[in-house]
Design a protein around this ligand. Structure first.
Ligand code: FAD
Length: 238
């Protein structure tokens, strides 16, 4: 973490207590693809980051350097000329997020799509759970007690799952037994414009903790690739 280390440290203050909980899983993101300029574009100095500015600049038939295009990216954002940001697409593989998070995430409709791990074709026997961060609780004893209660419920859900599975009930009905803290995994396809919108809403302190934690992780990664497209999200979030 570089940009949201303080926020992440706070949200993860009880992470150590979750380590050995029943089937605990923590979030993880892996960028598995992104838009790359063609070789001919690369020869002109165009990068993934400067694709938006390149297309805008060429629409005016203007010449420019890589540095000019980084500046132009920032101007496009200030001007609200955001369609150009759709030039860049990211693909992430995200694990260790809950079905509860999926419900919120999939409310984002524009410039973003997902393929979630199937709960019809993949058996739940090895499935994991996402425990809440509880960062607002200051008593370690209270946090341990809350985690113990969640653990109890998760074990119970798995016991009933196995009981009904043994009776021949199919995955597609068994999945209904699972609490919303059930872990899922997804491939997400999102363009830079939509990712900015996600950051605008979900890095913000009023966003729910789990989707905010995911936004922190994705923001840190996006900033490695294209800071000029995302850096202003920091100001908007604090
Ligand atoms: C802090 C927080 C609390 C929330 N609480 C709740 C809650 O209590 N209950 C609940 O149901 N949801 C809640 N939401 C979800 C929220 O209402 C949005 O559904 C979600 O954030 C997706 O945002 P969006 O529609 O802007 O994104 P997208 O669907 O990705 O849309 C992006 C942008 O495209 C434009 N757009 C998209 N569709 C249309 C359209 N049909 N017409 C016109 N313009 C469009 C808008 O400018 C929109 O901002 C909450 C979200 C946040 C961040």
């Amino acid at each position: 973490m570089k940009y949201f280390d303080r926020e992440m440290e706070h949200i993860e203050r009880w992470k150590g207590l979750r380590r050995d909980l029943f089937r605990n899983e923590e979030p993880c993101i892996q960028r598995i693809g992104m838009t790359m300029p063609t070789e001919a574009m690369e020869d002109q100095g165009v990068t993934t980051e400067t694709l938006p500015a390149y297309t805008a600049r060429l629409s005016h038939e203007s010449a420019g350097t890589h540095e000019d295009d980084l500046l132009l990216n920032r101007k496009l954002i200030r001007w609200g000329h955001h369609t150009c940001l759709e030039a860049v697409q990211f693909i992430y593989y995200v694990t260790g997020v809950s079905k509860s998070l999926a419900g919120q995430w999939t409310r984002h409709r524009i410039g973003i799509g997902w393929t979630f791990r199937s709960t019809r074709y993949v058996k739940a026997n090895k499935n994991m759970f996402i425990y809440p961060a509880l960062e607002y609780l200051d008593s370690e004893d209270a946090v341990r007690a809350v985690y113990a209660a969640y653990e109890r419920e998760h074990k119970h859900a798995m016991d009933v799952y196995e009981e009904l599975q043994a009776l021949g009930v199919r995955n597609q009905e068994l999945r209904r037994l699972m609490p919303v803290g059930w872990a899922t995994a997804a491939y997400v396809y999102v363009n830079a414009r939509s990712l900015r919108h996600f950051f605008e809403l979900r890095l913000e302190k009023s966003a729910e903790w789990e989707i905010r934690r995911l936004a922190y992780l994705m923001f840190e990664d996006a900033m490695k690739i294209a800071p000029s497209l995302f850096e202003d999200s920091i100001k908007e979030s604090v």
